[in-house]
Design a protein around this ligand. Structure first.
Ligand SMILES: *Cc1c(COP(=O)(O)O)cnc(C)c1O
Length: 465
């Protein structure tokens, strides 16, 4: 399998190079040259999550990994989840909820990152290479990346978080990791400052090469690939005859729902894909009007979706624009310079045929958490509640409707408590999180200082100190 860039000029790469590169050299995002067909659904029924995952993802990695190695890596990745079914489906009456939060950090990002970390290690050991993963986090990505890379001998992992602006649970999930190759850095600044520093570090080519910088944010193809699996997996559970299923996905970056669209391209019978946003609704407005327009980010109770630039939308635009990389580059350059851009009416119609979209504000989230608790005795986290609220409103009369649940309620206890009066406990493996010793560094909002820190980490990890 070869991968091509959405901006049309970077060279096509195989799977391993695509994984390590993250972003393409022309600023685009990688997509497979062709979409392979899924194996017949009948052949997947009754098999374990890891078996389904291996079958679904194999064509994407074939040629770069042996079947034996890949099977083992997938099994190890999903053995760390709390439940043997890895991503269980629970009933809320007509709605089904796909729980993606049974991994080590209690958010759906573990499903992809547990695999991505192990794939990095495998590829690097075959090449005798090493990387420094550098990322910025507003909460969930940082801990999921550190959990995925902890203790790996060929990777160092440095995560910048805005000092005092992540929750206690989120900070402690990063700062209590004891492995020496993982470094949480409290930055004097906002999340945007963290992200700008990461971008500036990647743009410093000499530095990037010196410490072998790499990224595992949601634009990395490896993450999209791993997310395809649970669309297939939940389809097998809710549609025993293989008839179409609709999915509702709480999203900000368009990363999760894009994987559902790829599953459909691979032949999964999908009816509607519903985009659910909070008040930061650039995606909802885009699917209604065809105009993408940046506004101020407003803080909500679902902070992991407080985003105004949906990077993964670029992959869908590339597809609906007939894979014209030059046209995508022009469109996104205009968006970057003007803060707004529109797609032609016929392109919008193509999107509307497949996608629905709506938003839910914090008051709506609170009502959903409360009513689901009363009616079903189930606690939803605020991100999942955005999805369930939108799914209830839009509905899906002709097909089963699966809502993706992206976080454990204990990860956002305050919103759950204020809606229900119940404080969800952390699961056993994290029950002593608030007593564990913390370890983290501080940095000012300064590129030279961040680079100096990363160099020191790199030198220490290389020499095994
Ligand atoms: C990251 C995250 C999301 C949004 O994921 P996208 O990549 O934007 O689709 C939603 N919910 C939770 C809990 C998250 O951590």
């Amino acid at each position: 399998m070869r991968y091509i860039s959405t901006r049309g000029t970077a060279p096509a790469l195989g799977f391993a190079d695509t994984l390590l590169a993250g972003l393409a050299s022309d600023g685009g995002l990688y997509l497979p040259e062709t979409y392979p067909d899924l194996p017949p659904l009948e052949s997947l029924r009754g098999r374990s999550y890891s078996e389904v995952a291996t079958e679904v993802m194999w064509p994407f990695v074939e040629g770069d990994l042996s079947r034996e190695d890949f099977t083992q890596i997938v099994e190890e990745s999903y053995a760390v989840f709390d439940l043997p079914e890895v991503c269980p489906v629970v009933d809320l009456g007509h709605l089904k909820v796909l729980e993606l939060f049974h991994g080590p950090t209690l958010a759906f990002k573990d499903v992809a990152l547990q695999l991505v970390g192990r794939l990095f290690e495998h590829v690097l050991s075959e090449r005798d290479g090493r990387v420094t993963i550098l990322g910025a986090t507003s909460g969930d990505t940082g801990s999921a990346a550190m959990e995925a890379f902890r203790g790996l001998p060929r990777a160092s992992c440095v995560i910048l978080f805005p000092d005092g602006r992540v929750s206690d649970v989120q900070r402690r999930q990063m700062t209590t990791i004891s492995e020496a190759n993982c470094h949480a850095v409290a930055l004097e600044g906002t999340f945007d400052d963290c992200q700008d520093l990461v971008k500036a570090a990647f743009a410093d080519e000499a530095f990037r090469n010196e410490v072998h910088l790499s990224a595992v944010n949601s634009i990395n193809w490896g993450r999209v690939m791993a997310q395809i699996v649970y669309y297939v997996w939940s389809h097998l559970q809710v549609s025993p005859d293989g008839s179409p299923v609709s999915f509702c996905v709480p999203t900000g970056n368009f990363g999760n729902i894009l994987a559902g669209w790829v599953a459909k391209k691979m032949g999964l019978p999908v009816d509607r894909l519903i985009v659910a946003t909070n008040r930061n609704d650039i995606l909802t407005r885009f699917f209604a009007t065809g105009t993408m327009e940046i506004r101020e980010v407003v803080p909500t109770t679902s902070p992991s979706m407080d985003i105004q630039i949906s990077s993964n939308l670029e992959r869908l635009l590339f597809e609906v624009m007939g894979r014209d990389g030059a046209a995508v580059a022009t469109l996104l350059d205009q968006f970057r310079s003007d803060g707004t851009v529109s797609i032609p009416a016929d392109t919008l119609e193509l999107l509307k045929a497949e996608f629905g979209a709506d938003r839910l504000d914090d008051a709506g989230v609170c009502e959903v958490i409360q009513s689901v608790h009363e009616e079903h005795d189930i606690l939803l986290d605020p991100h999942t509640a955005v999805g369930v609220g939108v799914a209830r409103r839009i509905g899906s009369p002709s097909s089963p409707l699966v809502c993706l649940s992206t976080a454990h309620p204990a990860k956002f206890p305050d919103a759950v408590f204020s809606s229900t009066g119940v404080r969800p406990p952390l699961p056993p493996h994290l029950s002593d999180l608030l007593e564990r010793p913390e370890r983290f560094d501080h940095c000012s909002d300064d590129l030279a200082e961040v680079e100096k820190f990363v160099r020191r980490v790199f030198a220490a990890d290389v020499s095994g100190e």
